[in-house]
Design a binder for this molecule. Structure first.
Ligand code: BV8
Ligand code: ZN
Length: 250
């Protein structure tokens, strides 16, 4: 059962502000059927991240790495956004400045209609040529086991950020700016262990933002949070929106 008073407390922190950031991780897609990374059924269970989500792994065994990503593309092709994604898209329409910063690569926020979306770790549906650098959106497409570039013949790779790789500079700068300016940050469904992304929560707090966490359990971000709403994002976020409505905001 959701804690009504904490919901009211969180809603009152959002009431009347104009600049909100939502920072999401794999937990926001869990109720859509996307395995999280570190949960019991975590996507890493068959593979260790170091095995498949690194440039070294790709150089060593591109076939294995593509098997890992093609499996996730196949799984995702049939999955839909859940009420957590939908509520974040609705919140975007209620706040003058709303930035959605996600670590997820599953594309479900865009599918739910979120705009002004910053994908810190790239996107599973986009591929990039390791030779000429061209990128292609290949949403829902079935790729060959080892896809090659039509223009230059080099290997294609998923356009995601692997461990040991820098985040896309433009996206990182926009995210950093957004969290430095926001009045509140909603931290949803992340274990907050992957850096530099996880560091954005502290940046927001240091700049005076209220921090509201939504998660089924305590995380590394919990000590930075002013309010921790324990529960599934697909239930807590709609309830938070409802509490906002009854507070007559926006
Ligand atoms: C960098 C894309 C330097 C790929 C991802 C040692 C060795 C090597 C590297 C490091 C090291 N120590 C530290 C590092 C740095 C490393 C890092 O932070 N490692 C961690 C693991 C310690 N970081 C990097 O390597 C980054 N790059 O540092 O480069 C550099 C700098 C300059 C120039 C050159 C180089 C790059 C990190 C990006 C890696 N790519 N994804 C892919 O997905 O295949 S990260 C991956 O983890 C996903 O993006 C994922 O989003 C992200 C974080 O995980 P979460 O989203 O938080 O998911 P998780 O399962 O952990 O948690 C789910 C949460 O949801 C839980 O809290 C759970 O309770 C909750 N939940 C579950 N169900 C629900 C729910 N909540 C609500 N409702 C529910 N229903
Ligand atoms: Zn090419």
């Amino acid at each position: 059962m959701l804690n009504e008073s904490l919901l009211e407390q969180a809603a009152s922190k959002l009431h009347g502000i104009t600049d909100l950031v939502a920072f999401t991780g794999a937990g926001v897609s869990a109720e859509s059927g996307v395995p999280t990374f570190r949960g019991a059924e975590g996507v890493w269970k068959n593979f260790r991240a170091e095995e498949v989500a690194t440039p070294e792994a790709f150089a060593r065994d591109p076939k294995l790495v593509w098997e890992f990503y093609n499996d996730r593309r196949d799984l995702l092709a049939d999955l839909q956004p859940n009420p957590a994604h939908d509520t974040l898209a609705e919140l975007q329409r209620r706040f003058e400045r709303f930035t959605l910063v996600t670590q997820n690569i599953d594309g479900l926020h865009a599918l739910a209609g979120s705009r002004n979306l910053l994908e810190l770790h790239g996107n599973l549906w986009r591929v990039r040529c390791t030779g000429c650098g061209q990128t292609w959106e290949t949403v829902g497409e079935k790729l060959p086991a080892i896809p090659e570039c039509e223009s230059c013949g080099a290997l294609l790779r998923p356009d995601v950020v692997w461990f040991g790789e820098a985040l896309p500079e433009q996206v990182w700068n926009e995210a950093f700016t957004a969290v430095s300016q926001c009045e509140a940050i909603l931290v949803v469904g992340t274990s907050a262990v992957v850096y530099p992304a996880a560091g954005l929560v502290e940046v927001a707090r240091r700049h005076g933002a209220q921090v509201i966490e939504v998660n089924i359990e305590p995380t590394a971000a919990s000590e930075s949070a002013d309010v921790c709403l324990h529960g599934r994002a697909g239930e807590v976020l709609p309830a938070l929106l409802e509490a906002l409505r009854t507070q007559g905001s926006g």
